[in-house]
Design a protein around this ligand. Structure first.
Ligand SMILES: [Zn+2]
Length: 642
């Protein structure tokens, strides 16, 4: 397969709102397709950014006592920070207040004027301030309300420049007809065609009622006009590549492979944008994908109800990969989806923990027990299963680029269940005594299967896929994609590495309405002797001790000591700490490995039996034995005790 330039865009997000689940959804889909394209060996360019002009921003800034630029700077940064924290691999973050963008837009406008597509006239129409759009009388709901957002419109008359949108009706309809996958999904395509067939009016593309926007080119001497925000915003897709502003242009990435948009802004992308491009004599994008909206627990999200899903909070609780997986798996692209913690936990426990995590654990467990983590086999005894898997893989690329990502994932889970079934049916724990060669062949098959799965899942759950690949001793790259996915090459021998469970199960929150019984025996508290006297400390003294949650990731015995274990405890730092703990008489290694413990983390390192110990594990000892102190529920590594 030849290397292509693949250009993928999210919408630029309007800076009148903070990021919610819808923004995260679009951006994560874009990131997934970009990562996938990279694995296929293509050159990619992922664009995201913020849309910062318009009357609404001018008004919001005023309300917040800021200049529009200050206001835009602030909100734009929250989007950029979120995408950085979500490890979105964007190549450029464009802002419509960037100088380069402004120059590019003005040059595009000049070109439209040159091509005879711009004229001046008087405009009177029903204007929606929220949507910054005019609507004809027949488009209004009940004669007054905006068809897009439902707010009451006002009649506005102004002098305006117009773009000859009507001139492009036929060309647009032909393009939809000749390119059935220009608009995805199909149902949305039909809506757009119906709209254009209903007749297109020329589009007012300048405003004189406010200032916060890009001025018309100076030679036009129209200082009171700023360009229509949608003209300004849509052009970001080419100004970001250098159109009209940069000699070292990246225009070789044009036309875009895919513009991802929410269904509310499809009309602008599927009608205005291609018409603008036709006027600029540029080729049209390959696909415009319109996704649906998210509700929460079956209800519309709104700031006033206070039920808006904040992506950062979800990720902090459940992890980035789980969130990515949920968004891409839960809803077929184009349909509306519902977010609930219950549904998310079901996906984590069911798909990620039970199916994916489980098969890896089984493999690692058996590899450890039967073969000391090393095995090889060239046996081809699972030919049927292998053919099934190859057949599934042959459809996957198409699913991804046609935005049927839920199917892509369904099929990968089919591969996993082939593996899980095979283990179940061949009962290696029995066969290991009679036919170890077959067990070795089985483990080799499962390890090869998981090598494929880790590569295929990389675009969806990048961090855990990398972990998984690491435990199998492979890398995830365009080369390994080519070897193991396209050419179906096998890894002949494995040396596996233990890793902590990939997706620990989440307990669903207990119903909070369960009555708690409290019996107040006595309102008066008897004095406690212990709470009197000089030995008491203040909270400041207590907080000098830093105690953190850690996970035991490796265990070794200390040769000369019957009491000590040498542990490696991961506190979420650059490397796990070495901690010596006198708990060998009370715990077997498998009761410790991959479990969480509480660690005093700011003790001076000490030497025991000639070995450095970089912390202390909390335990309780009494006459009957010893018990470690552990968090009741798993916590993030490095979380502080307080
Ligand atoms: Zn509106």
């Amino acid at each position: 397969m030849s290397c292509k330039n693949i250009y993928i865009t999210t919408p630029i997000y309007y800076v009148n709102d903070v990021a919610h689940i819808g923004h995260a959804y679009t951006t994560i889909i874009a990131d997934a397709i970009t990562k996938y394209s990279k694995l296929l060996g293509h050159r990619t360019f992922l664009l995201t950014g913020t849309d910062e002009h318009g009357q609404k921003i001018e008004q919001s800034a005023k309300k917040n006592g800021k200049t529009p630029q200050e206001y835009a700077d602030e909100i734009s940064a929250t989007f950029r920070n979120l995408w950085n924290d979500f490890k979105i691999e964007y190549d450029y973050f464009i802002r419509t207040t960037d100088e380069n963008h402004k120059i590019g837009v003005q040059n595009a406008f000049r070109k439209m004027v040159e091509n005879g597509d711009i004229y001046k006239d008087k405009y009177s129409g029903n204007y929606c301030v929220s949507c910054e759009a005019f609507f004809s009388d027949t488009q209004l709901i009940d004669g007054v309300a905006c068809p897009d957002c439902g707010k009451v419109t006002s009649v506005l008359e102004e002098e305006s420049y117009f773009f000859k949108l009507s001139k492009y009706s036929e060309r647009l309809l032909n393009h939809y007809k000749n390119n059935p996958e220009f608009i995805l999904p199909q149902s949305k395509r039909n809506e757009v065609i119906a709209f254009v067939e209903g007749g297109l009016k020329d589009l007012s593309v300048s405003r004189t009622t406010f200032d916060w926007g890009i001025k018309l080119p100076t030679e036009m001497n129209e200082n009171s006009h700023v360009l229509y925000v949608w003209l300004d915003a849509l052009l970001n897709y080419i100004t970001a590549l250098g159109y009209g502003n940069n000699e070292n242009s990246k225009m070789e990435f044009w036309p875009a492979k895919l513009h991802l948009v929410g269904k509310d802004i499809l009309r602008f992308h599927a009608i205005y944008w291609p018409a603008f491009l036709m006027s600029l004599e540029l080729p049209l994008p390959h696909h415009i994908g319109a996704h649906g909206w998210w509700t929460r627990d079956g209800q519309k999200m709104s700031k006033s109800v206070g039920n808006v899903v904040k992506p950062r909070e979800v990720v902090e609780t459940y992890g980035l990969d789980a969130f990515r997986y949920f968004l891409l798996r839960e809803v077929p692209f184009g349909q509306d989806g519902d977010f609930s913690e219950k549904a998310l936990i079901n996906r984590i426990n069911g798909d990620l923990s039970n199916s994916l995590g489980n098969i890896l654990n089984r493999l690692l467990g058996m590899a450890d027990k039967y073969f000391s983590m090393k095995f090889s086999s060239n046996s081809d005894i699972f030919k049927n299963e292998e053919n099934e898997i190859l057949k599934i893989i042959s459809n996957l690329e198409d699913y991804m680029f046609k935005l049927q990502i839920h199917k892509y994932l369904e099929d990968i889970w089919e591969i996993l269940s082939i593996g899980n079934r095979l283990i179940q049916n061949s009962e290696p724990w029995k066969k290991i005594k009679t036919n170890p060669a077959e067990v070795e062949a089985l483990l080799n098959f499962i390890a090869n299967l998981l090598a494929k799965v880790s590569i295929l899942l990389y675009s969806i759950t990048p961090d855990s896929s990398k972990e998984m690949a690491k435990s199998l001793g492979i890398e995830i790259s365009a080369e390994t994609y080519d070897k193991f996915i396209r050419k179906n090459e096998k890894i002949e021998s494995f040396e596996l590495k233990m890793i902590p469970p990939l997706f620990p199960r989440f307990e669903e929150k207990k119903n909070e309405t369960i009555e708690t019984k409290t019996e107040i025996v006595n309102n008066e508290l008897e004095p406690l002797e212990e709470l009197n006297g000089d030995g008491l400390i203040g909270i400041d003294q207590f907080t000098k001790t830093t105690m953190k949650i850690g996970k035991i990731v490796a265990i070794d015995e200390v040769a000369k000591s019957k009491k000590l274990y040498k542990l490696r405890v991961d506190l979420g730092e650059k490397r796990p700490r070495q901690i010596l703990a006198g708990i060998r008489e009370f715990y077997k290694p498998d009761e410790l490995l991959n479990t969480q413990v509480c660690v005093v983390a700011n003790l001076q390192p000490a030497k025991l039996m000639g070995l450095v110990s970089e912390g202390m594990i909390l335990a309780v000892k009494d006459s009957e034995g010893l018990s470690l102190v552990r968090p009741e529920r798993e916590r993030k590594l490095g979380s502080k005790l307080s």
